[in-house]
Design a protein around this ligand. Structure first.
Ligand code: PDD
Length: 284
């Protein structure tokens, strides 16, 4: 079945969905994006994802291509036209089309907006979460504004490719001081040797994950206390549990890092509770 995308005002078959070669997103990665999971035709945490999209555009002084309510209508329409019950929505906004010049165009050009949708298998993600995945550490070579969800993802994709080539699921990025920042496309959490549940503060050059925030709210309800703190690679390897969170991995434990077992090498009790609670939340 051919998929439908939205591009600059029109719903078109995805295979015919094109942007201009002078689009600044294409030439400079001068753009931002969001990825939203859809469970039973309903977007998971749409509000916070759109808040973050607006924040990312604001940080880069990109004029939003439309209002939030209008974008919400477009997103619902893309879901409806693709007839998926469970899906992953991708939204990209770039500064727009202009002859190549590093500085922003002098005139206010319209931003480029497109939305695509692909099938997303929640059951497979749940099965994978319950089995656990493996990871490797990689140097974090990114810039100092990882709080912006920019389409400039070369360091992330290089790290993910290294993970793929090593036969593991996620690359765990490590800063120059030996502390874990986040995954190539996920936030990282640990249950330390002492039993503290920690995740790096979002002020510390990482993306403020929407799933990270949701897991914090869920944990609070379950009276599980979470601390914002840096995790060194050594602490991570001695941790009882490590897990990742993102819109597409939900909550997924890493049971082996750089070939070393985390805890006893199986999915731990904290992750199990959070996986269960997060999937229940997406089902409602
Ligand atoms: N990635 N950190 C990074 C670097 C990410 O790219 C992502 C999301 C996250 C988790 O954010 P959230 O919980 O809001 O999905 C953390 C998405 C899924 C992607 O790039 O496709």
């Amino acid at each position: 079945m051919s998929r439908t995308a939205y591009v600059n005002g029109a719903y078109v078959p995805t295979r015919d969905a094109l942007v201009h070669i002078n689009d600044r997103g294409f030439q400079f990665a001068d753009g931002v994006y969001e990825g939203i999971a859809v469970r039973r035709c309903k977007m998971v945490d749409a509000g916070p994802h759109l808040d973050r999209l607006w924040r990312s555009m604001g940080e880069l002084a990109i004029t939003p291509p439309m209002g939030r309510k209008a974008l919400d209508v477009v997103l619902s329409e893309v879901i409806r036209r693709n007839r998926f019950s469970d899906a992953f929505l991708y939204i990209q906004v770039t500064r727009g089309v202009a002859p190549r010049d590093h500085a922003f165009p002098a005139n206010d050009i319209p931003a480029t907006l497109f939305v695509t949708c692909k099938r997303f298998d929640f059951d497979k993600v749940l099965q994978r979460a319950l089995a656990g995945v493996t990871g490797i550490t990689q140097p974090d070579n990114r810039w100092g504004r990882c709080d912006i969800k920019s389409t400039g993802l070369l360091p992330n994709i290089m790290a993910k490719q290294s993970a793929r080539e090593a036969g593991v699921f996620e690359a765990v990025l490590v800063d120059s001081d030996g502390y874990i920042t986040e995954g190539s496309s996920t936030n990282i959490w640990a249950v330390t040797e002492d039993g503290d549940i920690v995740t790096r503060p979002i002020t510390d050059n990482i993306l403020g994950g929407i799933t990270r925030a949701r897991i914090k709210t869920i944990a609070e309800k379950l009276q599980i206390s979470i601390k914002d703190a840096k995790i060194s690679v050594e602490q991570a390897k001695n941790a009882r549990e490590i897990f990742i969170t993102s819109a597409t991995s939900c909550t997924t434990p890493i049971t082996k890092l750089d070939g070393e077992k985390i805890g006893d090498g199986t999915v731990g009790p904290v992750a199990k509770r959070l996986i269960d609670a997060y999937f229940k939340f997406t089902d409602n």
